[in-house]
Design a protein around this ligand. Structure first.
Ligand code: SF4
Length: 440
C-alpha cells in the first residue's frame, strides 16, 4: 500500500460532490495518488452528509468495516457535515480515525495532511469562524461536460429542521471577480454548461466594491462566450426576487428550470419551521415564474410529518401541489437532527403516519408528472448529451428544463457533450423518450 495513496467516498448533495472534487484536486497537488478502493489506499476519506439520520449512520457503518485495520499504517479521515457536527466525538466512536475536518476548514487541508504525515493522530479542522471560501485552483472535476461552481458557502437562515448552519457555518459569498474568472476558465476548457452552487444561492452578495447581487451575477455569467447553459441550486423563497426571473427571461443561456424548495403548504407549519415566508408569498414567486416570458419547469422539496403537522396542514400541502403543478418534487419524512430547534418541538408525528403521508404525497405528485410529461410528447427539445445507456442502446440527454430525455440516434459514439434536437415520442413519470431530429 504505497504511502501517498488515497481513496475518497462522497455522500450527500452537489455541494459535497463539488467539495470532493476540490479535496481530490488538493490531494493530487500535494503528491497523493487516487486509488479506486479503500483496501488499496493508505488514506481513506469519507466526505459525509448529516441532513438525515440515515445519511449520518452510513459513514459509521463504513468505518466499522475497517476497525480491524486500526494501527496497521492505514489512515482514516472523516470530512464534511458529520465531521463538523460530531467533531472530536468521532475519535471516541471510531478510534482508528485520525482526521476530522468540516468543509469550512478545507483551505487548511495541506497543513492538516502534513500533521497526519508527521504522525499526529487526532488531527482536526473544525472552526466555523471564517470568512474564507474554498477557492482553489486545484479542482479535479468528474463531469467533462457540466461543471459545478460554488458561489456562496454556509447559510445565515435557521430553518428549524436543518443542520447546515451548524455544519457549514455562516454565509460567505465569493467575489464576483473570482467567480467570473473561474467561469471563464471553465468555458475556455470547453465546458458549455455550468451549475452554480450554494446552500442558498439567492442570497449571494458580492463582497467586493462591485457589490453584485445574484440576479446581476447570473446576467454576467450568461454573457461569457462558449457557455450555452447556466443552472443554479438551491434557492430560498425569501430571497428569490423578481429580478432573478427578469434576468432569466433576458438570457436563454440561463436554463428553463428553477428549484424552489417550499417544504410545506401550511402557514402554521412554515412558521414552525422558521422558513420566513408564507404560502401566499411563496405563491407570488410561482406567479412570477408562470407569468414570465419563457416557460420554466419548477421543482421543489417537501418535508412531511414535521412536529405538530396536523392532517389539515398536510391537506394544505397536497392542495399546494394542485396549485403549483410541480414538474418534479423531492419529498422526505421529517428526520430529527442534532442542534436543531425542531428537536424541542412537541407533537411528534409517528413514523407510520409520516410514511402514510409521504406515500399519499408521492402518489399525487406522480400523477401530476405523468400528465405534464405526457403533454410534452411531440415536442422537439434540445438536449445536452450526458452519456449512453448501452443496455437500451439509447443516448441520455438533459433538457434545459432539467428533464432526462433518453433518445435513439443512428450514431453509437461521439455524442457526449453535444447538443441534439430530439422529438419526444413517449413519456413516463420521471423521464421522456425520443428520437433525434438533427445535430446542432
Ligand atoms: S435555508 Fe434553511 S434549509 Fe436551506 S440550508 Fe439554510 S437553514 Fe438549511
Amino acid at each position: 500500500m504505497p504511502a501517498k495513496t488515497f481513496y475518497i467516498e462522497t455522500f450527500g448533495c452537489q455541494m459535497n460532490a463539488h467539495d470532493s472534487e476540490k479535496v481530490i484536486g488538493t490531494l493530487l497537488a500535494e503528491g497523493y495518488q487516487q486509488v479506486e478502493t479503500p483496501e488499496a489506499a493508505h488514506l481513506v476519506l469519507y466526505n459525509t452528509c448529516s441532513i438525515r439520520d440515515k445519511a449520518e449512520q452510513k459513514v459509521f457503518s463504513r468505518l466499522q468495516q475497517f476497525k480491524r485495520d486500526a494501527g496497521k499504517g492505514k489512515l482514516f479521515g472523516v470530512l464534511g457535515c458529520v465531521a463538523q457536527q460530531e467533531g472530536e466525538k468521532i475519535f471516541d466512536r471510531a478510534p482508528h480515525v485520525s482526521l476530522v475536518a468540516g468543509s469550512a476548514s478545507y483551505t487548511r487541508l495541506p497543513e492538516l495532511l502534513v500533521q497526519l504525515e508527521t504522525g499526529h493522530r487526532r488531527v482536526t479542522g473544525l472552526s466555523l469562524d471564517t470568512d474564507e471560501t474554498f477557492d482553489t485552483p486545484f479542482t479535479r472535476r468528474d463531469n467533462p461536460y457540466r461543471a459545478y461552481l460554488t458561489i456562496i458557502e454556509g447559510c445565515d437562515k435557521s430553518c428549524a429542521y436543518c443542520v447546515v448552519p451548524f455544519t457549514r457555518g455562516p454565509e460567505r459569498s465569493r467575489t464576483s471577480e473570482s467567480v467570473m474568472a473561474e467561469a471563464r476558465r471553465l468555458a475556455d476548457q470547453g465546458y458549455t454548461e455550468i451549475q452554480l452552487l450554494g446552500q442558498n444561492v439567492n442570497s449571494y452578495r458580492d463582497p467586493s466594491p462591485a457589490g453584485w447581487d445574484f440576479a446581476a451575477l447570473l446576467g454576467r455569467i450568461a454573457e461569457i462566450p462558449g457557455l450555452r447553459r447556466v443552472r443554479y441550486t438551491t434557492s430560498h423563497p425569501r430571497d428569490f426576487v423578481k429580478a432573478i426571473v427578469d434576468a432569466m427571461d433576458a438570457s436563454p443561456v440561463l436554463c428553463d428550470h428553477v428549484h424552489l424548495p417550499v417544504q410545506s403548504g401550511s402557514d402554521r407549519t412554515l412558521a414552525a419551521m422558521d422558513r420566513l415566508y408564507t404560502r401566499a408569498q411563496y405563491l407570488e414567486r410561482i406567479e412570477w415564474l408562470k407569468n414570465a416570458r419563457r416557460r420554466y419547469s419548477i421543482t421543489s422539496d417537501i418535508i412531511v410529518g414535521f412536529p405538530g403537522e396536523t392532517e389539515d396542514d398536510f391537506e394544505q400541502t397536497l392542495d399546494l401541489l394542485d396549485t403549483v403543478q410541480y414538474d418534479s418534487l423531492f419529498s422526505f419524512k421529517y428526520s430529527p437532527r442534532p442542534n436543531t430547534a425542531a428537536l424541542a418541538l412537541p407533537n411528534r408525528v409517528t413514523e407510520d403516519e409520516q410514511q402514510r403521508r409521504l406515500a399519499i404525497l408521492q402518489e399525487k405528485q406522480r400523477a401530476i408528472q405523468i400528465r405534464l410529461n405526457a403533454a410534452m410528447v411531440g415536442n422537439i427539445e434540445e438536449v445536452m448529451v450526458e452519456g449512453r445507456n448501452h443496455a437500451t442502446a439509447q443516448w441520455i440527454g438533459r433538457t434545459s428544463s432539467n428533464r432526462t430525455l433518453n433518445f435513439s440516434d443512428p450514431r453509437t459514439e461521439g455524442l457526449n457533450g453535444q447538443y441534439v434536437q430530439v422529438r419526444v415520442t413517449r413519456s413516463g413519470p420521471n423521464s421522456l423518450v425520443g428520437e433525434s431530429v438533427t445535430v446542432v
